[in-house]
Design a binder for this molecule. Structure first.
Ligand code: HEC
Length: 169
């Protein structure tokens, strides 16, 4: 009885007639039901769709691939720091941005006396060459909702800055 397989055309035709069958069947089923029951089934399937969607949203993001920056040059990093960062930061005092001494290894957003954005203060990450690299390239990518409006596009410059920050013990 099974028809020989005749390529995608046959498969599509079968899918089409299956859909038609399902429509006819469900219309027939609907016709035979009391409206209350129909509504209940409709609501049930809607909420099932809703929870499937919620699960999709709650699914944890794939683990990030941390990139270890190349070895940087401390001297160049110090010069870049002077040129780019000191508009907002200082090594030993909080200004528009927090003080940087001891930043390497420190928990993100944890320096006492500086008023961080809630987003930064809530971060559970630490400053490492990897997290600093993402932060300097695009702070928003590391901590959404943060307040530092500055980016360093060059990977080498980021590496140099990170090498310099690591010396601020
Ligand atoms: C326009 C001002 C501005 C500039 C320029 C700037 N920053 Fe920031 N930075 C901030 C602010 C504001 C924060 C705090 C962000 C928050 O609380 O969300 C911050 C936070 C940081 C932090 C987090 C420190 C901590 O204690 O968690 C690091 C690291 C940092 N900046 C590095 C740099 C470096 C390196 C440069 C130079 C390449 C730089 N920033 C340039 C404003 C700036």
């Amino acid at each position: 009885m099974t028809a020989p397989f005749r390529g995608p055309v046959t498969v599509e035709a079968k899918a089409g007639s299956f859909m038609r069958f399902m429509c006819t069947a469900s219309t027939a089923w609907l016709a035979g039901q009391r409206p209350g029951r129909v509504l209940a089934v409709l609501l049930l399937s809607l909420s099932a769709m809703g929870s499937a969607q919620a699960q999709a949203v709650a699914k944890p993001a794939a683990a990030r691939e941390w990139v270890t920056p190349a070895t940087g040059d401390v001297q160049r990093g110090a010069a870049l720091y002077q040129a780019r960062c000191t508009a907002c930061h200082a090594v030993d005092s909080n200004r528009i941005g927090p003080a940087h001494r001891g930043v390497m290894g420190r928990r993100i957003g944890s320096l006492p006396g500086y008023k961080y954005s809630d987003e930064l203060a809530a971060s559970r990450l630490r400053w490492t060459p990897q997290t600093l690299n993402v932060w300097l390239e695009d702070p928003e990518e590391l901590v959404r909702g943060q307040r530092m409006g500055f980016q360093v596009d060059s990977a080498q410059e980021r590496a140099d800055l990170i090498a310099y920050l690591a010396t601020l013990k």
